[in-house]
Design a protein around this ligand. Structure first.
Ligand code: ASP
Length: 353
């Protein structure tokens, strides 16, 4: 069942003052997310400020002459350095108490893409994904191979304690004590209960960016870029890779379709090829907001899964929707949205993109 929120009393506008975002540039369209889940009120402000900072840095990068990919990487850098989010510093730990990072980026004009999976000890996996795209003939490197490649590119590995937020050790211990609950339900409306019960006390979000840059040579006037970065899900198996770095699942960009970044239950987003599904629908003429909502509905209907998605098409149309209780995101009108969903709601669209 799709359900729109028409009752404004359902909209919880946290820390609106802090969320005023600088006006964007007429040559740039940008959406940034900081994860979709049942964000607890105590974490609203940190999420709001984090996506706002990333948005403003990305716009400044563009104004100083940065390319669309520079803009995406700049936003991801800010979010990967902010321990509020499950990306770079602040990432969840896997079943052995280690950080394993995933990131993917893509350019819609050339369909060039780069991704890394299961990367340990580097703060900015998105930058290494860019190196994969620009310096290799490959699109996706994982594990030790990705780490060796990162070192060859001049990135200094960090000691685990430099990447692991001390808070994560406690989160990990509580997750073990709670019987190692599966991550799938953290994205549904039962997450608040698990937070309250201590089973999952400190959930945070994957981060992602979609951007369109004015390009008068392109068919529709804009050229597209996307990037997503994550520490994955808490207590994941060693070697587990979710949707985020998989081109066509958690990240995708095609100037003939759409740029997409996903957050939420990664196994489900992988199994429905979320990014490619949305882009293909847009290419076939489906309006982008509808394509996003239908994909979330399919995820719920077919797999009982919850997620959040941001997207943009090559006409510069923005879309955002989520089936989790909340999603943190920033858009050009300075809106940071945390919409409270009634239990059992399938999807809701972002307001005032
Ligand atoms: N989609 C991510 C993953 O499954 C998690 C998230 O978005 O929070 O790795």
């Amino acid at each position: 069942m799709n359900q729109d929120l028409s009752d404004p009393s359902e909209i919880i506008p946290p820390c609106q003052e802090e969320c005023v975002i600088e006006l964007t540039d007429p040559g740039l369209r940008l959406l940034i997310h900081g994860g979709a889940w049942d964000i607890t009120p105590s974490l609203h402000q940190a999420h709001a400020l984090g996506v706002k900072a990333a948005f403003n840095e990305a716009v400044s990068c563009f104004r100083s002459g940065g390319s669309g990919m520079d803009v995406v990487l700049e936003a991801l850098r800010v979010l990967e350095e902010d321990p509020t989010f499950d990306a770079g510093r602040g990432s969840f730990l896997n079943e052995h108490g280690d950080v394993e990072l995933d990131a993917g980026i893509m350019e819609g004009a050339s369909l060039r893409a780069g991704a890394v999976g299961g990367l340990r000890n580097f703060l900015h996996p998105s930058r290494i994904a860019r190196e994969v795209m620009e310096k290799t003939n490959h699109a996706f490197l994982v594990g030790e191979g990705a780490e060796e490649f990162a070192k060859k590119c001049g990135y200094l590995p960090l000691l685990p304690e430099q990447l692991v937020d001390p808070r994560e050790r406690e989160v990990f211990a509580r997750w073990v004590a709670a019987g190692k609950p599966d991550a799938k339900r953290f994205f549904s409306s039962s997450a608040a209960n698990s937070v309250r019960s201590g089973a999952h006390p400190d959930k945070r979000g994957t981060v992602g960016v979609v951007a369109a840059v004015r390009d008068h040579n392109s068919r529709a006037g804009w050229t597209l870029f996307a990037g997503t970065s994550t520490g994955g899900t808490p207590g994941k198996m060693k070697g587990r890779v979710g949707d985020v770095p998989v081109i066509g699942a958690g990240v995708y960009a095609d100037d003939e379709g759409a740029a997409v970044s996903c957050t939420g239950w990664g196994e489900g987003l992988l199994r429905i090829s979320a990014g490619q599904r949305i882009s293909a629908a847009v290419r076939a003429g489906v309006p982008i907001q509808k394509a996003v909502e239908e994909t979330l509905s399919d995820l719920y209907r077919r797999l009982d899964g919850h997620a959040g998605i941001i997207a943009i098409d090559a006409f510069g149309n923005l879309a955002a929707s989520y089936s989790t209780p909340f999603m943190a995101f920033a858009g050009p009108r300075g809106v940071l949205s945390h919409l409270r969903l009634p239990d059992g709601c399938a999807t809701v669209r972002g307001q005032d993109l």
